[in-house]
Design a protein around this ligand. Sequence first.
Ligand code: COA
Length: 169
Amino acid sequence: MASSRSIIAAGAIDAVRIVEADAGQLDALMTVMRGSFDPAFGEAWSAAQLAGTLAESISFARLARLADDRPAGFTLCRCNGPEVELLLIAVVPDQRSLGIGRALLDRACSDARDLAAAEIFLEVRENNMAARRLYGQTGFAEIGRRRDYYAGAAGTRYAAVTMRRLLSA
Ligand SMILES: CC(C)(COP(=O)(O)OP(=O)(O)OC[C@H]1O[C@@H](n2cnc3c(N)ncnc32)[C@H](O)[C@@H]1OP(=O)(O)O)[C@@H](O)C(=O)NCCC(=O)NCCS
């Protein structure tokens, strides 16, 4: 039997539309970007960085919009032949734990399959437990680590965990 939490989440996620995003949605994407990343880790991209990546023919993005059209989350990916890299995923704080992150990730994986990619990679800060749990629950497995890859407040360094999901299944 589904838990009451999952019933609530299913109802909320029904009202969310996940649409293709390009440079025309830069403002909406940046609204999510600015509100979603912990400034302690400096992981949010600037509008110029995001615009530059969206302009690449090999990049693709999805935006989650609420019923009232407010932007709630996004993914940004890059496709290199048989590999897709998930560059960013974010959900605004007041819409978290409703299943939007998982829905965005599922869509990114199906987009990658449509591009004939065989696998999707990502890197995540070792202490980003919400994201690591999401990835672990959606078929990603740890395949390596890059020491001291991320810088936190007061100069603390954190490893990047490299994860991969095979897309064939
Ligand atoms: C990671 C992030 C995208 C998850 O989005 P979300 O919409 O809250 O995720 P969902 O509601 O779909 O949750 C899916 C799973 O993620 C995990 N998760 C989400 N939030 C969590 C939390 N606070 N603590 C632990 N696990 C969490 C759980 O496994 C959850 O599954 P469950 O509800 O069945 O337990 C969101 O927390 C976020 O935007 N974080 C800031 C940006 C970031 O760090 N992005 C990743 C690096 S680019």
